[in-house]
Design a binder for this molecule. Sequence first.
Ligand code: GLV
Ligand code: MN
Ligand code: MN
Length: 428
Amino acid sequence: MTGSADVYRTSALSLLARCDELAAYSTLPHGLIRRVYLTEEHRAVNALAAGWMAEAGMTTWQDAAGNQCGRLEGSVPGLPALLLGSHLDTVPSAGRYDGILGVLTAIAVVDRIHAAGVPLPFALEVVAFGDEEGTRFGRALLGSRALAGTFDPTWLDLTDENGVTLREAYAAFGLDAATIGDAARRPHSLVGYLEAHIEQGPYLEEASRPLGIVSSIAGARRFAITVNGHAGHSGTPFDRRRDALAGASEIVTMIEQTARGAGLIATVGHLEVFPNAVNVIPGRVELSLDLRAEHDDERDRVWSAITDSITSICETRGLTFDVHETHNAPAVACSPKLREAISAGITATAGDDEPMLLLSRAGHDGMAVADLTEIAMLFIRCRGGVSHHPDEHVEASDVAVATDAFELAVLALAARIPLAVDPALVEQ
Ligand code: GLV
Ligand code: MN
Ligand code: MN
């Protein structure tokens, strides 16, 4: 590849060592990882990433939403930027690569290009997003929505499990919620967005290929569903009960059957039972639903079938329910031009003439960034397709070829744009 003044710094082993270093910043004991938005752990990993960005030749800053950013100028200062990035936050009991590996791959690629002194017809920027998973406030993509300029100020009233509002969390992090709009980037200041990410699925491994290209990212909707019954003594006869948990259980299996039948994906991953006592009939149950499909219309049709079935289950059991939508991200198609660049990178490095195209069933920051600029993604094989679990694993040899391919994708894109500077493109 372009070569580096410090080859170790951009090698697969150093990337994996950095993933290990970041994994230590967690709110969970016993080596488990949970790192969420606007916490001391978030502050610490931003500082580490900023240091690595600076070593890679970038000027660095933390934006108004707590995303850690770095910039390497192109052939002249002020050119529109190609954004490279992913996220540093995690789900509870996470693996150490989802999002994190993409940030570190991006920094390594900039390091190599900087060390080789390659003049590019665009600036390179790395963004380490602060919130992709939505673990703390129940709403995903807060960091990337802020960058895309689609942050909704009503979200500032969202609360975490301790009742802290997003507005208060910004203040505690040293940020002013009133200036979140400053994180928004202007479309004309960007060339596009590329993200490298572990596949979080089994298909590359099954096909014995280290790398693939994302065709599109599935559209997702998330709901908080409350089922209301009546709490009472566990000695109450069945025909006198309005058991919210029995109803919720029927709803969970109905959701699985409905989604399976329609060929899409649905997950009930969170459930709370009230009052949650061994000898009390459950009076209320709160459950989450995460629904994903390649096409938004089929996803919405299935949601409407699910709501019809919830209505009839609740009617039969004398229950009521209410629903609150917590997340809605339309499906996003990746840009053919940027996909071509990634394909060129894979072909040149992994020796794969026809790289595999994959639908991403997982959500990514690119879904938000797509409102601003074209996006594309490189997928890296992960063991067993396992993700959102401590067993998440990538091979160093796959990380090595991914870093090379990602670098070549950037250079392939650069080769399509003349170096001669159009002054109209220079940001004022
Ligand atoms: C993020 O990983 C998501 O797909 O929910
Ligand atoms: Mn994730
Ligand atoms: Mn991710």
